[in-house]
Design a protein around this ligand. Structure first.
Ligand code: ATP
Ligand code: MG
Length: 354
């Protein structure tokens, strides 16, 4: 019986892996969508240059890190290469006015947000059935770097890493646990949970720790630090692909099953911090003790995920008590569905994303 059980588990995992690949392929953005987005970026860049001639508009987030689904929003960052420049909030106001006048976008400038941004949306049109949603921020160089880090992780083992991440994004959106404004977790947070799992939990690891690998040649601190944060990581992906061969041979389905098991059962939410740079840390050692316990109305450190560069920043700070309860409930539900191994993997996926 043990052998039969093992065989049935293997069969299910193989079947599920295939289904996950098939599903994800169909959810990737089309070439047409990517082209339209690139045109939008160029158009916006041209307009911004009428205000700040020395500026560049760069993509970050999912459009640039390899974890993009069809119709995902565009995250853009404006970098200004001149010494004298307007403040971010002034730029937000001016750019807001300009775009309102010159384009068909609906424009919402948020000059007083923690990170001032202009929010844009474009109504659905024939070639663009879902419209476009786009945020433009300024000088957010750390976001460009963390986008590059995630992209490198995606490129080391695209079949397993991208499939897992994209599936989790679909799943978390379908299950309504992907809204930082409503107390649950951003996509960025879920991606970090996956990478943490593949670097630090899986043994043997599926991914190397790019931030802890020794550099090929010595580099000066000025080149590795930005706003006081160490942003160095091993980014020579061609070389890495030659040198890094994970001895972990699990299929994407086995990894996914284990991912849900780990976050529903093993991760210590009360005291643990998931850090892709340093592995599992303690909330106490980071001073991220739960503010709710001290009677503060602010909920901050229910779930702790350390940003890869801004290490004093908890990416999951928006997650509330109820939000965490729901997220953990969803991890458990997913784990239960996958453990029950329905006859067909497709049924499992449908149930997961119901
Ligand atoms: P989606 O396709 O759902 O939009 P995404 O990959 O673009 O997913 P987002 O959560 O929109 O992910 O994040 C985009 C970028 O914004 C990230 O790469 C990161 O640089 C930055 N970011 C998002 N959320 C946070 C956060 N809580 N803390 C810090 N940076 C964040
Ligand atoms: Mg995004």
């Amino acid at each position: 019986p043990a052998q039969r059980k093992h065989a049935s588990r293997q069969r299910f995992a193989a079947d599920l892996s295939q289904c996950l690949y098939d599903l994800v392929i169909h959810l990737l953005p089309t070439l047409e969508e990517l082209a339209v987005k690139e045109d939008v970026r160029k158009l916006l860049e041209r307009l911004i240059r009428t205000i700040e001639p020395d500026s560049r508009l760069l993509s970050f987030g999912s459009t640039a890190n390899g974890f993009s689904l069809r119709n995902s929003d565009m995250d853009l960052c404006c970098l200004i290469d001149s010494e004298e420049r307007l403040s971010a909030s002034d730029l937000v106001v001016m750019l807001g006015d300009l775009l309102e006048r010159e384009t068909k976008f609906h424009v919402k400038p948020l000059p007083h947000a923690r990170i001032p941004i202009v929010k844009l949306t474009l109504d659905p049109a024939p070639g663009l059935p879902q419209g476009i949603a786009c945020d433009i921020g300024f000088e957010n160089r750390l976001a460009l770097e963390n986008t590059r880090l995630l992209m490198c992780y995606a490129m080391i083992d695209p079949a397993r890493v991208r499939t897992m991440v994209l599936f989790l994004k679909v799943w978390s959106k379908r299950r309504n646990i992907n809204s930082p404004y409503k107390g649950t977790l951003s996509s960025y947070g879920y991606v970090l949970l996956v990478i943490f799992f593949l670097v630090h939990v899986k043994n043997p690891p599926v991914l190397p720790n790019l931030q802890q690998m020794p550099p090929l040649r010595s580099i000066s601190p000025e080149d590795t630090h930005l706003n006081g944060y160490n942003i160095w990581f091993f980014d020579d992906i061609d070389l890495l692909r030659q040198r890094w061969k994970s001895s972990n041979t699990e299929t994407v389905a086995e990894l996914l099953i284990d991912f849900f098991k780990y976050y529903s059962r093993d991760f210590n939410y009360t005291s643990g911090v998931a850090s892709i740079r340093s592995g599992l840390l303690k909330k106490e050692s980071k001073g991220w003790v739960s503010e709710h316990e001290r009677g503060s109305p602010r909920e901050r450190n229910r779930l702790c995920i350390e940003d890869p560069f801004e290490t004093d920043y908890n990416v999951a700070r928006c997650v509330t008590r109820d939000g965490l309860y729901t997220i953990r409930g969803e991890f458990m539900r997913a784990s239960r569905i996958l453990a029950s191994r329905p006859d067909r993997a497709l049924v499992a996926i449908a149930q997961l994303c119901e």
